[in-house]
Design a protein around this ligand. Structure first.
Ligand code: 13P
Length: 259
């Protein structure tokens, strides 16, 4: 019997949003979801604000229904001399349920490697946070016919940190060339990547566990292209950047993913 996966739409606010704006943004999102009849629907909705806004947004979310809090990264140690880092227990304390791990901007600009990603992933799972693990190839890698190899290396590398099983894990396929460019991948590319990702997950955890892992697409997702991704069999939602800063657009994406 086919496994039914509950879709997930997560908004990655990146380094956007002073505290006051963040609270207003999530309050507006709650209103937009309500207006579209998408509150508490059969889809998980998550927002990942910057660290400084987590408490404010978390407080706002206590007044609303159907939106969870996520962070954009975490360190693998629980505490210690790691200036500028944030740990799993700190995120749990402020109400996070999700955390993005291995985003390409971390890999590109902050020296994140498959090894550090695997340690961060392990920490997230250990603390009961649901990781959204990002993988994706650059344009150069794609043009060189290396997409499969890159995704395989990134995923196998990261999953070394998930020896206890994939409980709560989601994987986001985010081609680097599609992020913030307005040039989204095609639905069939996302489906092909998702099939590869699920095969690799099955290698590690077995087919039954792999069938339950949510696979998202990310990269220039907008209301006018989400339909193409949401209808792919192995794609279970989206990781949204720019459009998640627009409550109307993000709510519309959620509505379409709900079907
Ligand atoms: P955009 O939706 O702005 O392309 O960003 C995607 C992304 O990086 C989400 O993590």
């Amino acid at each position: 019997m086919a496994v039914k996966r509950r879709p997930l739409v997560a908004g990655n606010w990146k380094m956007h949003g002073l505290r006051s704006r963040s609270s207003a943004l999530v309050a507006d999102l709650a209103k937009e979801l309500e207006r579209l009849g998408a509150t508490g629907g059969p889809v998980d909705v998550v927002v990942c604000p910057p660290y400084t806004a987590l408490c404010d947004v978390g407080r706002e979310l206590q007044r609303t229904r159907g939106i969870d809090l996520g962070a954009q990264n975490l360190h693998w140690e629980d505490k210690g001399a790691f200036t500028g880092e944030i740990s799993g227990p700190m995120l749990v304390e402020v109400g996070c349920r999700y955390v993005i791990v291995g985003h390409s901007e971390r890999r590109q600009f902050f020296g994140e490697t498959d090894e550090s990603v695997s340690r961060r992933l392990g920490a997230a799972l250990r603390h009961g946070l649901q990781p959204i693990l990002c993988v994706g190839e650059t344009w150069e890698e794609r043009e060189g016919g290396r997409t499969e190899e890159v995704l395989t290396t990134q995923l196998r590398g990261a999953l070394a940190g998930a020896d206890g099983g994939p409980a709560g894990l989601s994987v986001a396929y985010e081609p680097v060339w599609a992020i913030g460019t307005g040039r989204a991948a095609q639905g069939r590319d996302a489906q092909a990547a998702a099939v590869l990702i699920r095969t690799l997950l099955a290698e590690k955890f077995g087919p039954k566990e792999a069938a339950g892992v949510r696979i998202l697409y990310g990269g220039s997702v907008k209301p006018d292209n989400i339909g193409e991704f949401a209808t792919q069999f192995d794609v279970d939602g989206a990781l949204v950047g720019g459009a998640s800063l627009d409550p109307g657009a993000f709510a519309e994406i959620v509505r379409q993913v709900m079907g």
